[in-house]
Design a protein around this ligand. Structure first.
Ligand code: XIL
Length: 732
């Protein structure tokens, strides 16, 4: 709904055409590059293939976003050195030259690995296994040749890749016997040399490059067993004087795993033995697989559901927050591939911040536009249940700073998202706590006032059983109320008289349906008072017709709008003379997306003027004339107000638009037809439009007033404030 309402505001307030706003793709790459956003933290890298460094558009992306490059495959022993004496330097050189020309430093990947390896090193010309000494000679020659050719452009080498065994294998068969699993991967290297090959590879690399950063690189470092195996191996090697400078945590993760705690455990453990950690191969699958194993599913060829994107954005945000926190050791974060199209996991795993068309996803923006202050912020611990909760419900809760936190029981769910979030995020993603309950806190303070929301559990939309429901988005939604500095003007007061709200049901011939309106009657309504002639009589009141927005109905103003409470308080404080407020359903919800340009409000005009007003004037003590009748509306109700008041100025003498557009003097044919015009919106909407309208109206001699609501957007606190201000100028 937010999106649609936002579009409505832009159209109405900014008087833009519908097509200019709707469907315009957002360029998430606009703004600084990732490398610039992270210049105070670590370098940002990408693994590249041939197309990435030959297609000009892709080269531009690399140059803008990254200051570290890894060759995805071109430098692997089996690729660059497939046979004894045979070297394939072509692609390897072209990647290095691209980097040299553009001043980008490289990570050298990789000098020794069990896969894509120069397996010829293990056998002689006759195909017989060689002794380890021969293997070492060949490995040394390989490492020296590669390192010497590229060390001018390389700052770090993945010297040994993936030498440790995976979790989940307590026993294994070695030479036909079941034995306790070795901490080491049973590679040809290991079988020939034991773990000595690791030490040798690092020694050869150090000989060839005395200053480069030498890295041991592996996947699943966040798994408890593997983390400890890597830790023990690196510790042992370092104690024996092997020149290992750092650990590469590959980072083939997914949208559910790891959580912050598991990631931090690994970083903190490795910090004990190395001063340098690189996140060497980051990507986030949208399924539940993880790791760098070369067997995996390639995702399903179906469009990605929106909530999956939200989970991925959230996971990227969480991981980078932890990376930033540990920037004392984390010196580089490298994405494994440039785009989903390039991803080794297959395009249907959607793992990267650039999509298959090289368009930036919102993930890119979220990774880039982090709030450094928010990284350290801990919400104040003065939580109270949201005032809109159902009886006895502790959650959701709000604190005095405007944070909200949620708690949802859904034991078998895979994901729970609360639709409320900050800064264009798709919401707040909850995580299962130790008790198996889904919990989460908004990333920062929310705008004050009322917000609709819902939960998305495994893609299905449901309400939060903790709160009451409020009609918005054409359905009953959950609601939360964030404390506002000025909340007293819409708070119940026990010490003042209260009016009441009546429901009026009436037959509408034009729509062929019963229709409903809620009518606020001020305290004292119907009581006998002494008239001018001394006779007892019943007082008559002016009427404000107050319209809701798209997706809402006749309950929206009285319930979440708190219109009755606002009126009671204004009357009690002597700020207004009592009047009636009629809040009817405005026929807005059959309106189809994409047809706003054709919206005329003609049906509602008929219902309002020919049917509702006569019912109200018949059933209630009204002053049934134009100078005692006002019309105002919010958002789409504002569009209705504008269209109807301009067409039927003989019916309404006071007009108000609340985040629902503006009037300009030239639109009003007869300046005497209106006594007062109100326009307002939140300062996060289009305040300029409001200010310009008020200025122009005043200059043309109209009695006009505006309100730009501080710190609010297209939401009910804006409109409560507008009602409070506007009411004080009506019927004067
Ligand atoms: C992958 C490449 O991306 C693929 O193109 C290739 O087919 C297999 O290897 N861990 C590593 C990387 O260290 O070298 C791997 O790269 C991914 C897992």
């Amino acid at each position: 709904m937010k999106k649609l309402l936002f579009a409505l505001t832009l159209i109405a307030v900014g008087s833009l055409t519908a097509s200019a706003q709707w469907g315009r793709p957002i360029d998430y790459s606009a703004g600084p590059g990732l490398k610039d956003a992270y210049k105070d933290y670590f370098t940002i890298g990408v693994a590249v293939n041939k197309a990435n460094v030959s297609d000009p558009a892709q080269m531009e992306i690399i140059k803008k976003q990254f200051n570290s490059v890894t060759a995805e495959n071109a430098w692997k022993p089996g690729e660059i050195h497939p046979k004894e004496g045979v070297w394939n330097f072509g692609l390897a050189d072209s990647i290095a030259n691209f980097c040299r020309e553009n001043g980008i430093k490289m990570r050298g990947h990789c000098l020794c690995w069990h896969s894509q390896f120069a397996d010829w090193m293990f056998t002689d010309k006759k195909g017989k296994p060689v002794k380890k000494e021969v293997f070492y000679e060949r490995l040394r020659d390989h490492i020296h040749t590669v390192v010497n050719r590229y060390k001018d452009v390389v700052y770090a080498w993945d010297v040994v890749n993936e030498a440790m065994a995976d979790d989940g294998r307590p026993f294994e068969f070695v030479d036909g016997k079941l034995v306790k699993a070795s901490p080491y991967r049973q590679s040809r290297h290991f079988k020939l040399c034991g773990d000595e090959f690791i030490a040798k590879a690092f020694e050869f690399a150090r000989e060839a490059d005395p200053t480069g950063v030498l890295i041991y690189n592996d996947y699943s470092c966040v798994d408890n067993g593997k983390r400890e195996r890597i830790y023990e191996m690196v510790k042992k090697m370092k104690e024996a004087g092997v020149p290992i400078d750092g650990i590469g945590m590959q980072g083939h993760y997914n949208i559910y795993f790891p959580d912050e705690e598991q990631l931090e455990k690994a970083i903190n453990r490795f910090k004990e033995i190395v001063k340098i950690i690189h996140i060497t191969e980051l990507d986030l699958r949208t399924n539940t697989e993880t790791g760098g194993q070369l067997m995996f599913s390639r995702g399903e060829a179906k469009p990605q559901a929106g909530y999956i994107g939200t989970l991925q954005e959230d996971q990227y945000a969480r991981l980078f927050k932890i990376f930033r926190k540990h920037a004392d050791v984390i010196k580089n974060v490298t994405f494994w591939n440039l785009s989903d199209k390039d991803s080794w996991l297959g395009v249907n795993n959607h793992p990267l911040p650039f999509d298959e068309n090289f368009k930036a996803k919102r993930s890119l923006q979220i990774i880039r536009d982090f709030d450094a202050a928010a990284d350290k912020r801990v919400p104040k611990d003065d939580w109270v249940p949201n005032p809109m909760n159902q009886p006895g419900q502790e959650y959701p809760q709000v604190n005095s700073e405007g944070f909200a936190r949620f708690r949802v029981e859904a034991p078998d769910a895979k994901s729970v998202i609360v639709s409320l979030g900050l800064g264009g995020r798709g919401g707040t993603v909850l995580r299962k706590n130790k008790e198996g309950v889904w919990v989460g806190t908004t990333e920062g303070p929310m705008d004050p006032g009322f917000h609709y929301y819902h939960l998305t559990i495994d893609g299905g939309v449901v309400n939060d059983p903790g709160t009451h429901n409020y009609f918005g988005s054409c359905r009953w939604e959950s609601g939360i109320e964030i404390p506002a500095p000025d909340q007293d003007f819409y708070a119940w007061r026990k010490d003042i008289p209260h009016g009441n709200i009546q429901q009026v049901n009436f037959w509408s011939e034009s729509t062929g349906k019963m229709q409903t309106a809620n009518v606020y009657l001020p305290d004292g309504y119907g009581k006998l008072v002494k008239g001018k002639n001394g006779k007892l009589t019943q007082e008559r009141y002016p009427v404000l017709y107050l319209q809701h927005g798209w997706g809402e109905n006749e309950t929206s103003w009285p319930v979440q709008g708190k219109a009755g409470i606002i009126m009671d308080n204004l009357i009690a404080d002597g700020k207004i003379k009592p009047f009636i407020v009629v809040m009817a359903y405005g026929l807005t919800n059959d309106f189809k997306f994409g047809t706003i340009g054709k919206f005329t409000a003609e049906e509602f005009e008929k219902l309002l003027i020919d049917e509702l007003i006569p019912v109200i004037d018949k059933q209630f003590l009204t002053k049934p004339d134009k100078w005692n009748r006002a019309m105002a509306g919010l958002s789409m109700g504002g569009m209705e107000t504008k269209l109807i008041t301009l067409r039927r100025p003989e019916v309404f003498g006071y007009w108000g638009l609340l985040s629902g557009g503006t009037y300009m003097p030239e639109e009003i044919k007869d300046p005497k037809c209106v006594k007062y015009i109100f326009v307002g919106c939140g300062d996060k909407e289009n305040p300029d439009g409001i200010n310009k309208s008020v200025e122009a109206l005043k200059a043309a001699g109209f009695n006009a007033e505006g309100l730009v609501s501080e710190g609010t957007a297209h939401e009910f606190l804006t409109w409560r404030r507008c009602l409070e201000k506007m009411a004080q100028s009506l019927f004067k």
